[in-house]
Design a protein around this ligand. Sequence first.
Ligand code: TMP
Length: 212
Amino acid sequence: MKKGFFITLEGGDGCGKSTQCKMLLDFLKQNNINFIMTREPGGSEAAEEIRNIILSGNKEKWDSISETLLFSAARRSHLVDKIWPAIEQGKWVISDRFADSTMAYQGYGRGDGLLTKNDIETLYKLVAGDFKPDLTIILDMEPKEALQRVAQRGAKDRMEGMDLSFHYNLRNAFLDIAKKEPTRCAVINANQDPVNVHNDIIKVIQERLLKC
Ligand code: TMP
């Protein structure tokens, strides 16, 4: 059986990822594509438990090492229990965030000097081996505007409570990741009407995955 594709959506807080995941879900349904939609941190039962532990509480709760270990444990469970079996069954797997978020948030964003980017790559290899997404959509926008959207939404989680410089680091991190892996990553301007963002995403999927 032909394996399914693994697509991840990434970006800073407030970039519109959840809206785009919903629009993508409708597109996949309309096109009769067999898929599952999932998210990180979380996605499997055990990983959702870890999600609650990581995202609640004050922003000093974990340092970058503890945080990365928790995200990695959740990712391992998500891969083993959900992502890999679905791909083997020929399903497309769409994940709202994946490993680039760890590199961006814990590697570049936190900047507490406890963890190198190499450490994060090593940990990823342990968790996932050579497995990588077939396509990563990076939703890019000015952090100030993105955080205004978050403020309108109401309560902030631990990451959203970080200061503005943290969010500028994040944006640079995602752009850096895309520059290093242009075949896997596509940067989409998220500061436009959601329908236009959706159309840009579909164009990339058609060009990179469906034409092969
Ligand atoms: P969400 O708001 O997109 O559901 O993501 C939850 C938060 O977790 C978000 O602020 C990004 C953060 N995060 C990390 O810091 N590292 C990671 O590896 C992942 C997957 C998410």
